[in-house]
Design a protein. Structure first.
Lengths: 266, 332, 377
């Protein structure tokens, strides 16, 4: 199985809110203290989904990441887990885009990679939360898509997917090549073995610029946006919490019960 | 492009009735259409769905487009994208809205892409900018830590809307409207998805989205046994149990009760967060709660900034004592 | 000069951090302090599966062919996590001694089993005199045909209560210098005559009194050359000390972070306590201390990895780190105030480990002597 996984480098979404402030000039959140970069968590699950198929059926996994200042110890992580190749679309012309212009560039890179059976994307990025790049790539490449997958199985020219629904899940089947977006219901991602980590030393990333993948400069990055960000702001939270105390935990608990009954919450 | 007019809502149905979110969307769409002094239309796609038109009109639509075909019985991407594309070409709405549902999050981006326009998903506020007539779309970003407002110049402007973010109108069965039937015009060979099975998770008791009391457990619960305790408490309070993402990822609780940005959105009267840190990802799912009660051993946990009442301590000691006292007070 | 880890080491370190955050929460650490075995089996197994137990061993012995810098990247995270268990005793103390001094047969027999998590090993060095000098070795081993009879008491032997084998450093001859006549024996812990008693220690680390009462050991179980174990042992300990310092660096770094985070959030006197100059200076002192530990350790590790002489650097790293870690943890307690004083908090875990780290394999005074000798005094 030839598989492609798209990953995005983001500022650690687990970092405390106090580490960030809003930059009104760029309408982005910028760190005020050192915040580490990580792979967007749903993208890690996309990598895991591909690895599980590689475990079961063998094959090759190509990772593609679009961005600038891509830290090698961040974007190489899938290589340490078992992915085979890393392609970086690393150029300022690629960034500042929305889902459409980002998907356009990724789709062009995927076309250049050549034959593939499956493309995996995370269901949404931890910063933009826009949730569309996967579907846009599928539309541009004319592929069937299954979104919000929790289980993916390759079955003879087809792929069988458990797709998360409000009430449970649906089992659907699409012919390959296809695109799948992955959700956290897939389960926990694996840790890299020491050997896997050291082996990634030999896999140097391939860097592609816009000219390498034959894109129309007007359609990529900030130039190719269809949507515009007018404003970025933080909602003001000003609730005052009354801490219920007691002589010990049990006593405090009893006092809480009394209080909630008193204010008619229960 | 110059003659794109009106607001169109893709409405979903369940058991022959509008879903809650469909009603909410019609309520929101009505206001937008009024602000634009343009029409509100509903688009119904499915099989055997024609008689929903009356209800859609009662909830605010001026016109209902019906696309009814056996091939449309189950949602399948290729079929629905094709239908939306066809209807939009005919109806030319300025704005196309869907619910942020299993269907909406799959359909909206792809349909927008096909129609050479953009989409914004999971909107919580929609407004018409009077000077430009553009739709201002507000949605949570950075895991819920911030809000962004988007616009687009391409048409139609496509957006999906979060459940419970909008309000439905009171249905008015005296409202009149037009019904337009459009042929699906589908090529079965072009529909690549095969739906093999639909699995509905067993829910005993009150449905999470409808419960007026929710007891939610976080990473600090430590294992599945802890959730059994929360279930007991939920029963006593006649509520439902929810969870943050880590317990679901670890398999301590089923995925279907995950509350958060990508999980369930709940807005109960009382939300008891047990060993929940209060990360934005989770708060995005429960910030609509009227009263949040927090129990956490870390006095500096973010949840205390969202809660009305809180106890700092070990939930393993607090929850049983709390439950016991509640039972005692209830019996009086 | 690039003082940083390479990309792969950074990935190893970050991966280890995430792994320990998930698999080794502080609640487990505190539980293990009271536990007799002190080694959660699932955690040990997972570490084996990730290749961490054999990281520093050559591939032909089931290891990962890692170097000392790879090792210290992992050790920093172990220190941060306050990892319980016999990594120090089995992988480093015992395992490295066998790697450097064992016969091919001994290496093939022992090392793969350590790497796969199936064997726990330790090394019994110190005695009730609690000195790291050669003269302190008094446990004797008397030759008797093809065997030796070991007799005496070893104290503070790490993880002896769960060990499969104990490497006993015993005196076989009285030489002209105390360093002469010391031999290392690989002893099956179940040998008749061995009594292991677990001590209750300050850091909850599993240190034991091991009494050898006429324990018979085959001469085939001598590791390295008979009567000449002391020098090789000191060589091994050099590498072990570097790893130990890295572990302390990770702990000190975390103690500093906890204190700084708390200072930023804790409001008293209508402002974050971190806004007071006194706190600024306490934190700044700790930052300097922690960085000093880090770079002394990195320098020692780098020189070791390049095969350069590094006895001075190792002595400095050990002397400084043991004391700086304690200063940092003490500062942490000061800044955390009341909440830092409770057992529910985590700062005391670092405080304790700082003390035990200082004392293990020679404290600051011991290593200052080494430094003085380096300058010819």
């Amino acid at each position: 199985m030839n598989m492609i996984v798209c990953i995005k480098q983001v500022l650690d979404p687990e970092a405390p809110l106090s580490s960030f402030k809003i930059d009104p000039a760029t309408n982005t959140m910028v760190p005020v203290t050192a915040v580490p970069f990580v792979i967007s968590p749903f993208d890690e699950q996309a990598v895991e989904a591909a690895l599980r198929i590689k475990d079961a059926k063998g094959g090759k996994i190509t990772i593609i990441s679009l961005g600038v200042n891509l830290l090698r110890d961040v974007v190489k992580k899938p290589l340490s887990l078992g992915a085979d190749e890393l392609i970086l679309l690393e150029d300022p012309a690629f960034i500042g885009g929305d889902s459409w212009s980002t998907a356009y560039a990724l789709a062009a890179a995927i076309k250049k990679v050549g034959q593939f059976d499956l493309i995996f994307c995370g269901r949404q990025a931890a910063d933009s939360d826009s949730g569309q790049v996967g579907a846009c790539i599928a539309e541009i490449l004319g592929l069937p898509q299954v979104t919000v997958a929790k289980k993916v199985e390759a079955v003879d020219g087809k792929v069988k997917v458990d797709k998360v629904t409000t009430d449970g899940y649906e089992v659907v089947e699409v012919p390959t090549p296809a695109l799948i977006t992955v959700s956290n219901e897939l389960g926990e991602v694996r840790f890299a073995t020491f050997k896997g980590t050291m082996a990634s030393k030999k896999k140097e990333p391939i860097i592609w610029k816009p000219a390498d993948i034959g894109v129309d400069p007007a359609k990529i990055g900030a130039a190719g946006r269809r949507t515009k960000t007018r404003k970025l702001f933080q909602p003001v939270r000003d609730s005052k919490c009354e801490i219920i105390k007691g002589e010990n935990d049990e006593d405090a608990a009893a006092n809480l019960a009394k209080k909630l009954v008193e204010v008619k919450l229960i | 492009m110059a003659d794109n007019k009106g607001v169109m809502i893709l409405i979903e149905t369940i058991d022959g009735k509008l879903t809650n979110i469909a009603q909410e969307l019609l309520g929101a769409g009505r206001k937008l259409a009024n602000d634009l002094t343009e029409e509100l239309s509903a688009l119904v796609v499915g099989s055997g769905v024609a008689n929903i038109a009356g209800e859609a009109i009662a909830f605010g639509a001026d016109k209902v487009y019906i696309v009814d075909a056996p091939l449309l019985k189950d949602y399948r991407t290729d079929a629905y994208v094709s239908v939306v594309d066809k209807v939009v070409k005919q109806a030319n709405p300025r704005i196309l809205l869907m619910g942020q549902t299993t269907i909406g999050r799959d359909l909206a981006p792809r349909a927008a892409c096909r129609m050479a326009t953009g989409a914004i998903l999971d909107c919580i506020v929609l407004e018409i900018e009077a000077s430009t007539k553009q739709l201002l779309m507000t949605k949570p970003v950075y895991g819920g830590n911030a809000r962004a407002i988007y616009t687009m110049e391409t048409l139609p402007q496509v957006a999906t809307v979060r459940a419970k973010a909008m309000t439905a109108l009171a249905p008015d069965s005296s409202r009149k409207g037009q019904v337009v039937v459009i042929d699906a015009g589908l090529d079965p060979a072009a529909v690549k998805t095969n739906v093999l099975q639909k699995v509905v998770a067993e829910t005993t008791g009150i449905k999470l989205e409808d419960a007026s009391v929710v007891v939610a457990g976080g990473r600090g619960i430590g294992g599945p046994e802890g959730f059994k305790q929360l279930e007991e408490l939920a029963k006593v309070l006649k509520g439902a149990v929810g969870a943050t993402r880590p317990p679901c990822d670890a398999g301590w609780a089923p995925d279907t009760i995950q509350i958060g940005l990508t999980g369930k959105i709940v807005s109960p009267y009382v939300y008891i967060a047990v060993a929940v840190s209060g990360a934005s990802q989770h708060m995005a799912g429960c910030s609509g709660s009227k009263n949040i009660i927090a129990i956490n051993r870390d006095a500096e946990a973010a949840i205390f900034k969202e809660a009305r009442f809180g106890v700092v301590g070990d939930w393993k000691k607090i929850i049983p004592a709390f439950e016991a006292k509640v039972k005692e007070l209830q019996s009086k | 000069m690039d003082f940083d880890y390479n990309d792969e080491q950074k990935m190893l370190k970050q991966g280890a951090r995430e792994f320990f955050e998930k698999e080794c929460p502080k609640s487990l650490v505190k539980q293990m302090m009271e536990d007799e075995k002190g080694n959660p089996p699932e955690l040990w197994k997972k570490m084996a599966q990730l290749g961490w137990l054999g990281l520093i061993y050559p591939e032909k012995y089931g290891g990962g062919d890692g170097n000392i810098i790879d090792l210290i990247a992992l050790e920093e995270e172990m220190g941060r996590a306050c990892l319980p268990g016999p990594f120090f005793s089995t992988v480093l103390l015992g395992g490295l001694f066998i790697l450097h001094n064992g016969s091919e047969e001994q290496k093939k027999e022992i090392l793969p089993k350590i790497a796969s998590g199936q064997l726990i090993l330790t090394l019994a060095l110190t005695e009730p005199s609690d000195s790291y000098e050669a003269s302190a070795i008094s446990v004797g081993a008397k030759a008797e045909k093809d065997d030796y009879i070991i007799d005496g008491t070893k104290l503070f032997v790490p993880d002896a209560q769960i060990a499969d084998y104990i490497i006993c450093i015993a005196r076989t001859k009285k030489g002209t210098k105390p360093e002469d006549g010391i031999t290392a024996f690989l002893v099956d812990r179940k040998s008749p005559g061995i009594t292991v008693t677990l001590l209750k220690t300050l850091a909850g680390d599993k240190l034991c009194e091991v009494i050898f009462n006429k324990v018979k050991v085959s001469k085939k179980n001598i590791i390295g050359k008979p009567d000449q174990a002391w020098g090789p042992l000191q060589e091994t300990l050099q590498q072990v000390k570097i790893a130990q310092c890295a572990e302390m660096v990770g702990g000190a770094q975390r103690a500093l972070e906890l204190a700084a985070d708390h200072a930023k959030k804790r409001i008293q006197f209508d402002r974050p306590i971190g806004s007071f100059p006194v706190i600024h200076h306490l934190i700044a002192n700790a930052m300097m201390d922690v960085d000093a530990c880090k770079f002394l350790t990195y320098e020692a590790a780098w020189k070791y990895s390049e095969g350069l002489p590094c006895a001075k650097e190792i002595a400095m790293a050990k002397a400084w780190t043991g004391e700086a870690y304690q200063r940092t943890a003490a500062m942490g307690h000061q800044v955390l105030g009341g909440i830092g004083y409770t057992m529910d908090g985590d700062m005391h875990l670092y405080f304790r480990r700082a003390k035990s780290g200082e004392l293990t394999l020679g404290d600051g005074k011991f290593h200052r002597e080494v430094l003085a000798k380096e300058l010819g005094m």
